[in-house]
Design a binder for this molecule. Structure first.
Ligand code: SAH
Ligand code: DHB
Ligand code: MG
Length: 222
């Protein structure tokens, strides 16, 4: 197998299982027009997030790392009636593009974008009494992944689900001499998943339109 085949299989799966979605095409176009990097989740991964939200009947979702709100829209679409997503974004331009995209998708009323560094917004959410969130999606700067998981554990309850994106990074996660920001924080996150008694977890490698990467999935247990 090679990346060309991964891409073709991703197109096949997405074409077979996902309904064509002109709104999400517009969202990707708006992201490109706004100069945002094309690092949003793949369509089939976005749909998986939406299904996770539905599976647990989530009404409160926290996302760390909005970009143009592509993943946010999927999360919002999965919410049970009256549900809300809070999404954290440090870059004002990304947040502005995201606001436009949330409006395009008709989910503005279900989503609050909090502008600022997530490590400032997370303690603010806690002190304002937000949470427990039913699902947390961690997908911002990877260097802080361990800290984001610690906050996610503080802001959830037994039964909550935590998903972290980009835990494989083309295999860099296991390269012993790789100490890049890409993977050091993610190693801390995986270590914490392994050792913290409050969560049980696994991680899955993925190939496809986003290359070789993966995600971690945890169930908060205590
Ligand atoms: N979840 C999005 C992709 C997010 S890309 C999707 O799948 O559609 C990562 C985002 O995290 C970028 O928009 C980046 O600006 C933001 N980010 C980076 N560092 C951050 C920080 N310290 N706090 C909050 N957001 C941050
Ligand atoms: C990058 C970030 C992501 O969240 C992702 O899914 C892919 C790439 C990046 O920063 O390169
Ligand atoms: Mg990601």
């Amino acid at each position: 197998m090679n990346p060309v085949e991964w891409n073709a299989v991703d197109s096949y799966l997405t074409g077979t299982l996902l309904v064509p979605d002109p709104t999400l095409d517009e969202v990707r176009k708006a992201n490109a027009a706004g100069g945002l990097p094309a690092i949003d989740v793949a369509p089939n991964q976005g749909k998986m997030l939406m299904l996770f939200v539905r599976m647990i009947g989530a009404t409160s979702v926290l996302e760390i790392g909005t970009l143009g709100a592509y993943s946010t829209i999927w999360l919002a679409r999965g919410l049970a009636t009256g549900g809300r997503v809070i999404t954290l974004e440090a870059d004002p331009h990304h947040a502005e593009v995201a606001r436009g995209n949330l409006a395009l998708a008709g989910v503005s009323d279900k989503v609050e974008i909090r502008l600022g560094a997530a490590l400032d917004s997370l303690p603010a959410l806690a002190s304002e009494g937000h949470g427990p969130f039913d699902l947390v999606f961690i997908d911002a700067d990877k260097v802080n992944n361990g800290r984001y998981l610690s906050w996610a554990l503080r802001l959830t309850r037994p039964g909550s689900v935590i998903v972290a994106d980009n835990v494989v990074r083309q295999g860099k996660i296991i390269a012993p001499d790789n100490r890049s920001e890409d993977v050091t924080g993610t190693r801390e996150l995986l270590e914490l998943l392994a050792t913290d008694p409050r969560i049980d977890s696994t991680a899955i490698q993925t190939v496809g339109s986003k290359g070789w990467d993966g995600f971690a999935l945890g169930l908060v247990t205590g």
